[in-house]
Write a protein that binds this ligand. Structure first.
Ligand SMILES: Nc1ncnc2c1ncn2[C@@H]1O[C@H](COP(=O)(O)OP(=O)(O)OP(=O)(O)O)[C@@H](O)[C@H]1O
Ligand SMILES: [Mg+2]
Length: 350
């Protein structure tokens, strides 16, 4: 049985259904990310697990504990759930030292002075904050403040860490570094992580599995590799990396890009065409080759050098396809026609 279970949970705010009949099962020690655009329900889901938000339907269980149940009208308050939590804003207490910031929640739990000191010191050590124990967290950088929040969560020895965009206020370099620190801590302590982000590369780097969410629903739950290689929908495809969506229309036996007389030289699965006879051929700019044996023909409108890569805008019918190649392999110049070969084509209904 899975360790964390969200069974059919729903949360409504007025006539907005923020989370709609969501079922999620997460294993012990798993790092699970919730990824999706603003307003899709990530924070609401996390807050329901934390116990800050009521649930309108369903139940939440962790291990053999029931945390929330609509049917049984049961609700365990956040402080009894014993989860570690880190949120986006630097939630440090400015008037307490770094040490006290970490020790304070332990004091609220009436632990002995020895236990508090040893747990706090250990958490400081694990987050490289030992030398900063006595200063104010306000004298630390953004990364340092988030480390304090992380240490505070760690000191509770949680089985589950709830992290809501914990790195989004940090600069990109630090953000990347802290990803690895979080991952290392997880390996060391074995807690499960429920991680909220709208940064796909962060989700990819950290997670065992990712849920891509849209308007309170699951679009796909899968490993990072499968989310990238086998996106279940056009929405998931568009959310991960750069994407081209070439609209095509079936005419007789041929499939043509809109505005083009040339047929697409690739077999299209019949079931992607709805009644409109239209579908979408999805591709990544970096997964298109130039060549005379291409699947469609196009005209180079623009070629831009971006350092390591060259970015091409290719006109196909009445649409544009973006292609990216390394600067080392020469491609066609503006005004030239070329063939485009889709190395990993995906087809979706229009
Ligand atoms: N307390 C609230 N009262 C009313 N509506 C709310 C409340 N909290 C969330 N919502 C609404 O629920 C939906 C989901 O919000 P949520 O904060 O869970 O999204 P999110 O995926 O975390 O977005 P973001 O990436 O912007 O943080 C949104 O439409 C939001 O406006
Ligand atoms: Mg949010």
């Amino acid at each position: 049985m899975s360790y964390i279970q969200l069974n059919g949970i729903t949360r409504r705010f007025g006539n907005v259904t923020a989370v709609d009949n969501l079922t999620l099962h997460i294993e012990k020690g798993e790092c699970f990310s919730m990824l999706g655009p603003s307003g899709c329900g990530k924070t609401t889901t996390l807050r329901m697990v934390a116990g800050f938000e009521d649930i309108d339907e369903g139940e939440i269980r962790v291990g053999d504990r029931l945390l929330s149940s609509h049917k049984e009208n049961f609700y365990l308050p956040p402080e009894k759930r014993d989860f570690g939590m880190v949120f986006q804003a630097f939630a440090v207490w400015p008037h307490m030292s770094v040490f006290e910031n970490i020790a304070f929640p332990l004091r609220l739990r009436n632990l002995s002075a020895d236990e508090i000191r040893s747990r706090t010191t250990e958490a400081l050590r694990n987050t490289n904050l030992l030398d900063d124990a006595d200063i104010s967290p306000m004298d630390l950088s953004g990364g340092g403040k988030q480390r304090v929040a992380l240490a505070r969560a760690l000191a509770l020895n949680p089985d589950v860490m709830l992290l809501d965009e914990p790195l989004s206020s940090l600069d990109p370099h630090l953000r990347e570094e802290m990803r690895f620190e979080i991952k290392d801590l997880q390996r060391k302590f074995g807690f499960s992580i429920l991680y909220v982000t709208h940064d796909q590369s962060e989700a990819m780097a950290l997670s065992d599995r990712i849920m891509v969410m849209r308007a309170g629903h699951v679009e796909q739950i899968d490993t990072p590799l499968n989310i990238y290689r086998k996106p279940a929908s056009k929405f998931v495809f568009s959310f991960i990396g750069l994407s081209n969506f070439l609209k095509v229309v079936k005419s007789g036996d041929a499939v043509k890009p809109t505005g083009s007389d040339d047929a697409v030289n690739l077999p299209a699965p019949a079931d992607v065409f709805g009644q409109s006879s239209a579908a979408v051929l999805a591709s990544r700019p970096s997964e298109i080759d130039f060549g005379d044996d291409g699947h469609v023909r196009g005209l180079v409108k623009r070629r831009t050098y971006l350092g390591e890569i060259v970015d091409y805008a290719i006109v196909v019918g009445d649409q544009e396809v973006r292609v990216q190649k390394t600067a080392r392999s020469p491609g066609p110049g503006p005004g030239e026609t070329c063939g485009l070969k889709f190395l990993y084509p995906h087809w979706y209904p229009e």
